[in-house]
Structure formats: structure tokens, C-alpha cells
Design a protein around this ligand. Sequence first.
Ligand code: GDP
Length: 336
Amino acid sequence: MQGSRFRKSTDAYRQGILEGDRIILSQAITLMESAHEEDQRAARELLESLIKHTGQSLRIGITGPPGVGKSTFIEAFGKHLTEQRIPIAVLTIDPSSNRSQGSILGDKTRMHDLSKDPLAYIRPSASGNVLGGVAQKTRESMLLCEAAGYKIILIETVGVGQSETAIKDMIDFFLLLALPGAGDELQGIKKGIMEAADAIVVTKADGDNVARATLALSEFKHALHLLSSSDTSWTPRALAASSVSGKGLDEIWLMIQEFERGSKLSGRFEETRKRQRVQWMNEYFQQLLAQDIEQANLVEQKLNHERAVMENRVTPFSAAKAILQHYHEEIRKRKS
Ligand code: GDP
């Protein structure tokens, strides 16, 4: 928790971020993640002042089971981008506690070269602040990175099931990494994730793995073909790559650029972004409403209604409606 003692002025954060100062960017993300009420207020003010400088990046989500090679891929793919002078930001999220290297330090060592690259910024999510595989403040962190001038944002999540929809709501392109091998691996990937993916990359396609990777690739191509629907402008693709040899990395980058060009031309890109912004607003509205209801001090009335429902004296619907009535009365009292 940051607390007011260490807080800079909104303008100092703003200036620092716009100048691409990584230390200030990190401090601002910490401010966003803080539970301290004053920090939250300052963070909101900062985001408000930077909103015009956001949205200029391409947002790529990367997911896959532990061990599939996500961090190795991000390191290799990230280097591939920075070699072309493209500044990238990597936001990593790891909700699983069973990975020994899931800590902040671990993430840095996992992407050793990239973390030393002046064109790359790596930020692991605060632990314990994760909902459905996506950290609560990932979206805000992403916007701050954009304001700091990063052109590609890579968001890493572990494919844990619910995360795919949460992540899908904040990115432009969704990359699913899969292991080389067939049948069993394919079964292990949830259908929802497959459907959400814009591309599947079979990892570790090198050395002894090449034959298995080729087999997996043809299975995934087949699976995507079965899943494909005719009403989208983008047909998801399957590719194979090796983060060790670098094979396939350029192909992936070309594919993503093709996606970006096509979806911008068709208007789909901006349409999706608009939908995502409204979705974000709705999430906040739900949150604020829930907070407001919480503060309305309905505990006692709620308990009474709960008891009535438990004893089957009233229907759950009429009890719920009565609680809402109490809430409205509470608001009227507040106004008068
Ligand atoms: P994550 O848990 O998905 O982030 O996976 P890691 O990136 O930590 O990789 C898991 C293991 O796979 C490590 O031992 C890596 O060295 C290995 N690995 C990752 N990518 C490749 C690759 O392209 N080729 C080979 N041969 N091994 C790889």
C-alpha cells in the first residue's frame, strides 16, 4: 500500500508518464493497485487526465497452460519486436500459487533479456489481486503503458477457464499457446478458450519436438476449421513456433499485423474497442451500485427477509423486491 506520504502530485505522475519515465510509470501502476482510498482517488484523477493519450497501442492477450512456454515466448517475441524498434509493455498475471517462479522477481528472471531491454517494460500484477485470471487493475495499467508510449501491450494470463472472457474484453488479439503433441493436449483445452482465440500457436517446435508439433498443428487447424463461423471477418489460424530457434515468430508478427490492418479497414477494430469501453463502464456501474447498497445499511432488514425466505413464508422474489424498496427509502432519506 502506497499511502499519502509517498504520493506525487497528479501532474508529476502525468508528466513523468508522458515522458516515458519507467520509474514513474511503475509508481503510478502501484498507485492504481493501492487499496488506500486517497490513492484510489488520485489514481482516478490521473487516469482521467491521461485518457486522451491512451488507445494507440495494439493489445495482445497471450494465454496457455503452465509450462506451455508463455514467458519464453514473450521473451523471444518481445525481442523480435524491440529489434524492430517497437516499444513493448508486458503485463503478466499469474493467479496460480503452484508455480514456484510466480513472484515478481521470478517474472523478471523468467524474461531475463527482455527485462534489460530499454524498449521493453515488464510489470507483473500484484499478487492476490486477481479475478478470474485477470488482475483487477490490468486495464488501468494497460492504459498507463499506452500513455507512456508503448505500442504493443502483451498481457499474459494462465488459461484457467474463466479468464478468457475477462481478458477478451480488454484486448484486440488473443493468442492461445498449445503444447506440441496431439489428442490429449487438445482435449485439455477448454472449448471456450479455443473459440475465443484469434490464433493458436503450437510451441517448442524444435529438435525432437518437430514431428509432434506438426501433428498438433494439423489437429488444431482441423479443430479451428470445425469451430469457424462465417459471420466474422477474421478466421482464426494455427501456427507452430519455437522460442528457442526463433522459427515462426516473424510469421506470427505478420499475421497479427494483417489482422490489425484488416480489422481497422473494416471498422471492426474500433467497433470492438467501443464495445469494450462501454462494457468497462457497466462493470464499474455494477461495482458502484454494489458498494452503495453495501453502505445503505440494510443488514437488519435483509436478515428479516432472509429468515422469511428460509421459512418459506414469502417467495424469494417478493423478499428481494422488499429489500430493494428499503434501499430506495434509504436513498430518499439521504436526499432529504
Ligand atoms: P510458462 O509456464 O508457460 O511461462 O512456460 P515457460 O516459458 O516457463 O517454459 C516452460 C519450459 O519450456 C521451460 O523449461 C522452457 O525452457 C521450455 N521452453 C519454452 N519454450 C521453448 C521452445 O520454444 N523450445 C523448447 N525446446 N523449449 C521451450
